[in-house]
Write a protein that binds this ligand. Sequence first.
Ligand SMILES: Cc1cc2nc3c(=O)[nH]c(=O)nc-3n(C[C@H](O)[C@H](O)[C@H](O)COP(=O)(O)OP(=O)(O)OC[C@H]3O[C@@H](n4cnc5c(N)ncnc54)[C@H](O)[C@@H]3O)c2cc1C
Length: 380
Amino acid sequence: MDFSLSEEHLMIQEAARDFAQNELLPGVIERDDNQQFPAEQVKKMGELGFLGMMVDPKYLGSGMDTMSYVIAMEELSKVDASSSVIVSVNNSLVCYGLETYGTEEQKEKYLKRLASGEIIGAFCLSEPEAGSDATSQKTTAIDKGNHYVINGTKNWITNGNTASVYLVIAQTDREKGHKGINALIVEKGMPGFEIGPKENKLGIRGSDTHSLIFNDVKVPKENRIGEDGFGFKFAMKTLSGGRIGIAAQALGIAAGAYELALKYSKERKAFGTEISNHQAIAFKLADMHTQIQAARHLVYKAAWDKDQGNNYDLSGAMAKLYASQVAMETTVEAVQIHGGNGFVKDYHVERLMRDAKITQIYEGTSEIQKIVISRSILRD
Ligand SMILES: Cc1cc2nc3c(=O)[nH]c(=O)nc-3n(C[C@H](O)[C@H](O)[C@H](O)COP(=O)(O)OP(=O)(O)OC[C@H]3O[C@@H](n4cnc5c(N)ncnc54)[C@H](O)[C@@H]3O)c2cc1C
């Protein structure tokens, strides 16, 4: 067993760290305040290959492994989780879904532009009445021979207004239950496709979350991903890998807050000494460091499983469950270590604390991860 990172992984880590410090950090507080989408930053991330990291170079991706992806996600998320969720959705849900299950024509038409960062994509599963219970899809995609007609509403969609391509999960044959669901590629601007208002969120406020409304949207049959009825399986398979990306995001938020708290504890003085000399603070740092390292091992293990071709449903769910819990606990403690300064925006930790919460909710809540984990261990 080798715990060291390869030369290539170290280079990616350094590149992502430099990008986060030089390009994401400036203006991150203002973007959060104003709910401003990081358009310029996303463009640059596309140019650097961060938006199609695992995609084959023949489809204009960077051809890297999942380990590289989680390493980059951690570094970007230390500074700006609003930007890293865009990276995560585009890589693990949209590009992965199209590359693995799409037709050659779909890859030529859509994947190349998505992987190169020319455009970004969105993954549209959740509905007002179908979140954790994703089988209860109310959005319909009725088969009309050479096309489908979509009607319904999706909500909470990341990149909702900024995406150009949307992978939409909808029910074609209700009688067949989850085997009657399809995944369709919808383009922005298709007649009848409307974008609802932006959500005003607790965290990841720079990311662009919208509901989407479909009124008789005609989608050609060649835009269906996989066989008829493959849509639910497509969503579950894709989300299983997506969880590894969100676990890495949670890890990064935790590590970013810890690094800020560590630095602050060595500078801030109280009772005539740096606060890190008070054991109560030093022990908090010890706990944070240990938990983050444990989370990192789980994230790396899940990424390694994916790279080895092993099943990663269990390791990905465990990584997301634990890393998101560590993100929440660590960011709360980082605010505490900063005292009053932790409560104001300039010190970044309050934003990281707000951002941490979403990692316990999207791409399967913590309760859903426990269902996945417990089913897996009880089955074995
Ligand atoms: C900022 C943001 C971005 C998002 N981005 C996307 C996106 O890009 N695409 C997309 O499709 N969706 C997206 N989502 C939706 C997200 O995935 C859902 O919010 C999430 O899956 C939970 O669904 P829900 O909100 O309907 O909660 P519910 O399913 O109503 O859950 C409410 C509570 O009940 C618990 N619960 C539900 N069922 C069970 C059960 N069987 N056992 C135990 N507890 C249970 C849940 O864990 C939760 O605590 C996003 C959400 C947010 C907030």
